[in-house]
Design a protein around this ligand. Structure first.
Ligand SMILES: Nc1ncnc2c1ncn2[C@@H]1O[C@H](COP(=O)(O)OP(=O)(O)O)[C@@H](O)[C@H]1O
Ligand SMILES: CC(=O)N[C@@H](CCC(=O)OP(=O)(O)O)C(=O)O
Length: 289
């Protein structure tokens, strides 16, 4: 997007200089960005996210990009005539589906994001949880069987730190492996929170396709700018949190409890929302405390 010609230079320079304390705060720090869902299906927004990540890396912020790709998996399953089924916001993953998930996340989506970052003159390496035994998982135990959906049991941060120290943005697909070599499908929000906690990240940013957590999900005026994690069980009992928001909120709670300094859900439909979140005084979306 072009900046209109009539904006005075004093305003342009003020915007840049106002970013300075934020750049100083985050310089050398790790920020985990989870990007996925419908926020990842709009091409123009995707380009904006990639340029934001390259900019943040160039000002010394160590960005780790954890991605989803639910809509792409749905699309591929549809083409293969396999039904998509969700239980409590998680995909029921049978033997055929886990192969499709691996193919789409670690193959198509991961490599597309790496290539897009390169297009924006960024340096990225694509990894999935199986690489370097980064994400080890076991089958999720729940009332309803979820098939090959994994719970992360351990995280090896070395491949991520090696990539960061080599000057690369690690781009992570959230398929994991068990000790016996079985592939598991891990929800990308859950994985991002766990990775952020293990990396002792300064900030976890979950980008989605809605303004944040709302009391009424169909009414943006009910956006909750701050949520204390102790309120979450009550919000769940009231049915305020449902569908895909359930794993998202659970992982925000986990990230806060495990010491990530700032955990936010932001609206990925707003162009450059990551820059606004990190480099300005604007509070957007929902912050968990
Ligand atoms: N209280 C709520 N506030 C906002 N969104 C909610 C709420 N409860 C349920 N949702 C739903 O959760 C969705 C976000 O989860 P999901 O689609 O899984 O995100 P993503 O694909 O970005 O990971 C929203 O689009 C919305 O329909
Ligand atoms: C277990 C589970 O639900 N895994 C997700 C992994 C991808 C994901 O989380 O993608 P989004 O962030 O785009 O929704 C799935 O299969 O859709």
């Amino acid at each position: 997007m072009e900046i209109p010609e009539n904006i005075p230079n004093s305003v342009r320079s003020k915007i840049l200089i106002d970013a300075l304390p934020h750049i100083q705060r985050y310089n050398g720090k790790i920020v985990v960005v989870k990007y996925g869902g419908n926020a990842m299906t709009n091409e123009a927004l995707k380009q904006a996210v990639m340029s934001d990540i390259v900019l943040l890396s160039l000002v010394g912020i160590k960005v780790v990009l954890v991605h989803g790709g639910g809509p792409e998996i749905n699309d591929m399953l549809r083409r293969l005539n396999i039904e998509s089924k969700f239980i409590g916001g998680l995909r029921y993953t049978d033997k055929e589906t886990v192969d499709v998930v691996k193919m789409v996340l670690a193959g198509k989506v991961n490599k597309e994001l790496v290539a897009l970052l390169a297009e924006h003159q960024g340096s990225a390496v694509g990894l999935c949880g199986i690489d370097g035994q980064m994400l080890m998982a076991e089958k999720v135990e729940s009332e309803q069987d979820l098939g090959y959906v994994g719970d992360i049991v351990s995280v090896n941060t070395k491949p991520i730190l090696d990539a960061l120290n080599g000057g690369y943005v690690p781009v992570i697909a959230t398929v994991a492996s068990s000790k016996s070599g079985q592939t598991y499908n891990v929800n990308a929000d859950t994985a991002a929170a766990r990775i952020a906690a293990e990396l002792k990240a300064e900030n976890l940013i979950l980008m989605t396709d809605i303004a944040g957590l709302m009391r009424d999900k169909d009414d943006p005026s009910t956006l909750m700018p701050f949520v204390n994690v102790s309120e979450v069980p009550f919000l769940k009992r009231q049915g305020i949190i449902s569908g895909g928001m359930i794993p998202k909120i659970d992982c925000c709670v986990e990230a806060v409890r495990r010491g990530v300094h700032k955990t936010v859900i932001i609206d990925g439909r707003i162009p450059h929302s990551i820059l606004i979140e990190l480099l300005s005084n604007e509070g957007i979306g929902t912050q968990f405390k």
